[in-house]
Design a protein around this ligand. Structure first.
Ligand code: GLY
Ligand code: MN
Ligand code: MN
Length: 435
């Protein structure tokens, strides 16, 4: 695949034009407890453009600049800190190993920045997003304006990165799709293992451990906090306590995915703790599955980004009317908002370096845009019948079901990356029968 970072920087600089300049900061370490930190995760924009793995760095891209278009500010080498915290590339490594045209230690940022911004018309920088960095950036703008009468020019406009970098990130390259396919493949294997490990009397945290062990053993980490919810815990959309026992007769909903080189999978499966769906569970499950399949089929070039939700909502509403959970016509159930009682989230989101990835869903006029090849989206319809739901047959109470796949828009049919774990109820029962 080669190193894609230079190509991505070139594409961004092309989109900004010769009068633009961009500042893209790395992530910072986050304190977990006193002087220990959460595992470091690089900022997605910064990773996409640089591949530079260290915290605190800042990239500046200046199209056409003779002294160099790609300038990196990095932590300086420091023998003592490196003994405690790990290796640093330093400015020299930033050039030699990461392809920067120029590199400086971080403490030179504010003295170098005026030279990089002077004469440019538009600064591409997401203000109010990077905390303390707004200070030096806005001070530099002010300083440039003050000396403007001596011929320097300060950028007149500041633009967030949505219109440029985030639209670029929305369309995945062949190499990115290959990474996402691999992340999805291993994550699907992890879900298979979870199905094989589940039985009454085991506990949510043990099944979470099965999933995460498989990810870690493949040099991956969870791309988001795993949701492992037995019984009516599945009706809590962001349930992450994962601290309850699994009971015979309940379903288990698992929403978990691993991240590989920054790209995450996002998979949900819902299966019976004892290996057999009950009648009411199966009835609702098959409705959600039909919605999942119909929604996936919408991910084709030229179709509206809103169409998977429309298709899924229709099938879910039909199912709820058929099973007696909703009254009235299917149209009325959708239009009145009655459906939202049992289906209160969207049907999918962009997927990539971020689990809820960047890229617009709508055009400037507010209408949904259309799908194009290279977009990757989740498809995740569900039904959640909260315990004690008034007016609902008690046999359905406490059932929560979601089925989530990761899907690439291609020139032709949608490409499902997460087919390695079954979703057909009979196939899940067959897999679990082999435990
Ligand atoms: N796992 C987060 C989501 O499904 O959106
Ligand atoms: Mn999702
Ligand atoms: Mn999910």
């Amino acid at each position: 695949m080669g190193m894609p970072f230079a190509e991505r920087r070139a594409a961004l600089m092309q989109a900004m034009g010769p009068q633009g300049v961009a500042i893209i900061p790395a992530a910072h370490e986050q304190v977990r407890s006193r002087d220990t930190h959460f595992p470091f995760r690089q900022d997605s924009d910064f990773h996409y453009l640089t591949g530079f793995p260290e915290p605190e760095a800042i990239a500046v891209l200046c199209p056409g600049r003779t002294e160099g278009e790609y300038v990196l500010f990095v932590r300086p080498r420091n023998a003592e800190r490196e003994v405690w915290d790990g290796r640093r590339a330093g400015p020299e490594g930033a050039i030699v190993r990461y392809g920067a045209d120029q590199a400086h230690a971080l403490d030179a940022f504010e003295t170098e920045l005026p030279k990089l911004l002077a004469g440019r018309q538009t600064l591409h920088y997401t203000l109010a997003e990077h905390g303390a960095l707004d200070g030096p950036v806005t001070r530099t703008l002010r300083q440039l304006r003050e000396i403007a009468r001596r011929g320097a020019q300060a950028p007149a406009a500041i633009e967030a990165l949505e219109a440029t970098l985030h639209e670029q990130r929305l369309i995945k390259s062949t190499g990115e799709v290959a990474l996402m396919a691999e992340a999805a493949r291993i994550s699907a294997e992890a879900h298979v293992r979870a199905m094989q490990a589940t039985r009454p009397g085991r506990n949510e945290w043990e099944i979470a451990a099965e999933i995460e062990r498989h990810l870690l053993a493949h040099r991956m980490v969870p791309g988001y906090t795993s949701i492992v919810g037995g019984g009516d815990n599945a009706c809590i959309l962001h349930y992450t306590e994962n601290n309850q026992p699994l009971r015979d007769g309940d379903l288990l909903l698992i929403d978990a995915g691993g991240e590989l080189d920054g790209y995450t999978a996002d998979i949900t499966r819902t299966f019976p703790v004892n290996g057999r769906y009950s009648g009411p569970q199966r009835a609702l499950y098959d409705v959600v599955l039909a919605a999942n399949i119909a929604a996936i089929d919408c991910l084709r070039p030229g179709r509206s980004v809103g169409s998977p939700h429309e298709a899924a909502s229709r099938i879910l509403a039909e199912g709820l009317v058929d099973l007696g959970l909703c009254d009235g016509s299917v149209d009325a159930v959708i239009e009145s908002g009655a459906l939202r009682r049992f289906y209160m989230h969207g049907t999918g989101h962009w997927l990539g370096l971020d689990v809820h990835d960047v890229g617009r869903y709508r055009q400037a006029d507010g209408e949904y845009r259309n799908f194009a090849p290279g977009m990757v989206m989740t498809v995740e319809p569900g039904l959640y019948i909260a315990p004690g739901s008034d007016g609902v047959d008690p046999r359905f109470h406490g059932i929560g079901i979601r089925i989530e796949d990761d899907v690439v828009v291609t020139d032709g049919a949608p490409r499902v990356l997460t087919g390695g774990v079954p979703k057909d109820a009979a196939a899940i029962e067959a897999l679990m029968a082999q435990r």
